[in-house]
Design a protein. Structure first.
Length: 144
């Protein structure tokens, strides 16, 4: 892997995420937290349903375009099946909604507004993830 792939592509991806979150906030006054956007689709009488649908459709279309332009971005090195990975993603999304938070909403939108609550939430998310990997790798020997 060369320097551009190692650092340039993730940097570009982060910049695009920041740009899209900023545009959503500036144009619609909405925080672009994926769990909140997706979860709000299923609440009766929830506002901004069109914004939510277009945002989610944009994520799917962007993923499709990326898969055609740069197929290696979707190369999986995971040792788990697609079903296990999909279930894990759904549980994470459900947990963040149940806890009244959203990882992307706090980590991207909340931090840029210097929200103390978002800083605490992001530190908690990251710390829990790091602790989980450490326990699974060094205690349980599950992660290679």
């Amino acid at each position: 892997m060369n320097l551009i792939e190692s650092y340039g592509l993730p940097l570009l991806g982060g910049a695009l995420i920041g740009l899209s979150a900023s545009l959503a906030l500036l144009t619609h006054g909405r925080v672009a937290g994926i769990s909140g956007l997706f979860g709000g689709l299923f609440l009766p009488g929830h506002d901004a349903r069109d914004f939510r649908l277009w945002f989610l459709l944009g994520l799917v279309v962007a993923g499709f375009v990326l898969s055609r332009v740069h197929p290696m971005a979707f190369a999986s090195t995971a040792l788990r099946s697609f079903a296990v990975m999909a279930a894990a993603g759904l549980f994470v999304g459900f947990g963040t909604r149940l806890g009244g938070g959203c990882t992307s909403g706090h980590g991207v939108c909340g931090l840029c507004r210097l929200s103390k609550r978002s800083l605490a939430a992001t530190i908690t998310f990251m710390g829990t993830g790091i602790l989980t990997v450490l326990v699974m790798k060094h205690v349980l020997g599950v992660v290679r």
